[in-house]
Design a protein around this ligand. Sequence first.
Ligand code: URA
Length: 435
Amino acid sequence: MKHHPARLIAKKRDGGELAADEIADLVSGVVDGTLGDAQLGAFLMAVCCNGMTAAETAALTLGMRDSGVVLRHDRISKPKIDKHSTGGVGDKVSLLLAPLVAAAGVAVPMVSGRGLGHTGGTIDKLAALPGYRTDLSITEFGDVLEQCGYAMLSPSAELAPADRRMYATRDISGTVESIPLITSSILSKKLAEGIDGLVMDVKCGRAAFMQREDDARALMETICATGRSAGVKIAALLTDMDHPLGLALGNALEVVEILEALDGNCPEDLREVTLELGAEMLVLGGVAVDPRAARATLERLWQDGVVRQVFRHNLELQGGDVRVLDDHTLLGRAPVIEAVSAPRAGFVEDVDPLALGQVVVDLGGGRRQPSDAIDPHVGIVLQKQLGDPVAAGEPLAIVHAATTAAWEAARVRLVAAMPVGEERRKRRPVVLDRA
Ligand code: URA
């Protein structure tokens, strides 16, 4: 490092503003190891406590982006637009959105993550598709993108490597919850994909990273401002995560929900978020004049089966078994599949996404430790949503479990997570705001 690390850390600790070259120097120290673990932890805590100015956040984002390879897709003349979600329960939008938007002429180079805590990850869902590969080389990634309009890649050590070390350190040092650190972590990886534009899905609610609406809004605004200052077109939706998205929770079950959606059978909330994000992507890419026209195009492509064809083409190119489109049983099934019944008649007064996400993790569908293996077949398929009337003994959900004991443990928690009472509550709109 050119600067003395302790001096830079102390400057941030005392509320000073770091210059762009000082931040670039710190990031180089993260990558080459000249910034030690204690120093990195201290720097992250100073940022967490004192925040960062817009200029500092932008410099950190660009430094982290440039810490590895920044992809270029020169052979592809289409606009290159991606989507990123801050994560939720039942959020399988990427699997549907990428072929949807690709069908309309936008290229989607999508690098996705694994599940984090109770929130699922696109890469884990794709792993439930027999044969599907997300460990593509960067050349293969570009080839798939060129041939079918979208490509899915698991996080690569070559893209934004500074984030890997910084994220791991944040995770163990109480410094995850910082708007500049979240912004630079997300955007550095997305900007390294070589995109022209990005649509952010900032989730808000009990199962979201940002539970309070004003925190989610602040994150949304910082991400938009930082992305724009980095020269990328950016739009954002603030969406509800106080209720699971769609009906299926658990990797293979969520893939089945997507396969059914491709055939036109899609839960309304999932359809709404997907179409709204897709419409923003078409507008950012300049292939539609406004979100209404974009949405009409997407609805037509979906209904006409074009999106299904694009999905099929991508499956073929990434090694997936295309027969799953017509035979969902090829995804396999859990040994114990049984309904959980309502204990009384009334209305479903809550569908707690955090509690249900944790049930899925404990069934084996998520990880408690980064090294845990995932059981793709377990999970929950909701039969009722918030405000639905239910008769005593009628199914609230179907639980897919590896053993009867796991099913029974899940049943008890599911009944508590979906209380039935006299009050008919209404779900808030799934798209809460946009920027
Ligand atoms: N996702 C990321 O990639 N980084 C964060 O800091 C939070 C969510």
